[in-house]
Write a protein that binds this ligand. Structure first.
Ligand code: VGL
Ligand code: ZN
Length: 209
C-alpha cells in the first residue's frame, strides 16, 4: 500500500525568531530530514503543507483589534486570535531553510480564505471547503500517512483527525512535533486525542532502527 510522509507547517514563523514561534520548533527539522531520507528510500511520497494567510486574515489579532492569544468567534466558530503569521510570500511563511525541500513532491497551502481559519491540511475549520491534499493523495493512490510537524495541538492534530475520518491509516511521529501549549498539557492531550481516534504514535527511532 502506498504511503506519504506529511510534513505539517515546517515554516519559519513557527520556529525560533518567528511570529508564532513554538518552543523547540526547530528541533523538528532534523527529524523531518531523517524521515525524508528514510521514506524516499522506501519509495514513499513526501508532501509538505504551508499555512498561507492573506495579510488581512480573520484569525489575526491585529485584524480583529484584539490581544494575541485571546479568544473570540470567527464565522460562528471558536477562534484563538493569533499574532500575524505565515503571511503569503513572506519570509515567515517559507519552509525552514534547513529542510531538505528538493525531496518534497508536493506543497499544499491552506488558510487562504480570510473569513475562516484552517488548522487541518484537508479542510477549513468549518469543514466547508477542501484543500487539494485529499485529491492529490487519491490521485497518487496513497492511503497511509506518516505525519509530523507544527504545531502538535493545532495543525498536526486537526490534520490527523481529518485524515482518520477520511479513512487514511495514520502514524504520528511524536518527536517530530512540538506544541503551542497555550495551556500546559495541550500537546500531550493532542497526542492522546489522535491516538484515541485511531492514530499510531511512534518516534523516529521506531522507524529507523
Ligand atoms: C497553526 C495556529 C495558527 C499551526 C497555524 O500550524 O499549528 N497554529 N495557525
Ligand atoms: Zn495560521
Amino acid at each position: 500500500m502506498k504511503r506519504a510522509l506529511l510534513l505539517v507547517d515546517l515554516q519559519n514563523d513557527f520556529c525560533a525568531g518567528g511570529a508564532l514561534a513554538v518552543q523547540e520548533g526547530d528541533s523538528t527539522i532534523d527529524v523531518a530530514n531523517a524521515l525524508i531520507s528514510y521514506c524516499k528510500a522506501k519509495g514513499d511520497a513526501v508532501v509538505a503543507t504551508q499555512d498561507w494567510h492573506p495579510s488581512n486574515h480573520g484569525s489575526f489579532a491585529s485584524v480583529q483589534g484584539t490581544e494575541p492569544f485571546s479568544q473570540g468567534k470567527l464565522d460562528g466558530l471558536r477562534q484563538t486570535w493569533w499574532p500575524d503569521h505565515c503571511v503569503q510570500n513572506s519570509e515567515g511563511a517559507q519552509l525552514h531553510p534547513l529542510l531538505n525541500t528538493p525531496e518534497i513532491d508536493a506543497v499544499i497551502q491552506k488558510g487562504e480564505n480570510p473569513l475562516i481559519d484552517s488548522y487541518s491540511a484537508f479542510f477549513d475549520n468549518g469543514h466547508r471547503q477542501k484543500t487539494q491534499l485529499d485529491d492529490w493523495l487519491y490521485r497518487n493512490e496513497i492511503k497511509q500517512l506518516v505525519v509530523m510537524g507544527l504545531a502538535t495541538d493545532y495543525c498536526v492534530k486537526f490534520t490527523v483527525l481529518d485524515a482518520l475520518s477520511l479513512g487514511y491509516e495514520v502514524t504520528v511521529v511524536t518527536d517530530g512535533c512540538r506544541a503551542v501549549n497555550l495551556h500546559p498539557q495541550d500537546g500531550l492531550r493532542a497526542f492522546q486525542d489522535m491516538s484515541a481516534a485511531g492514530a499510531t504514535l511512534m518516534t523516529l527511532a521506531d522507524f529507523t532502527y
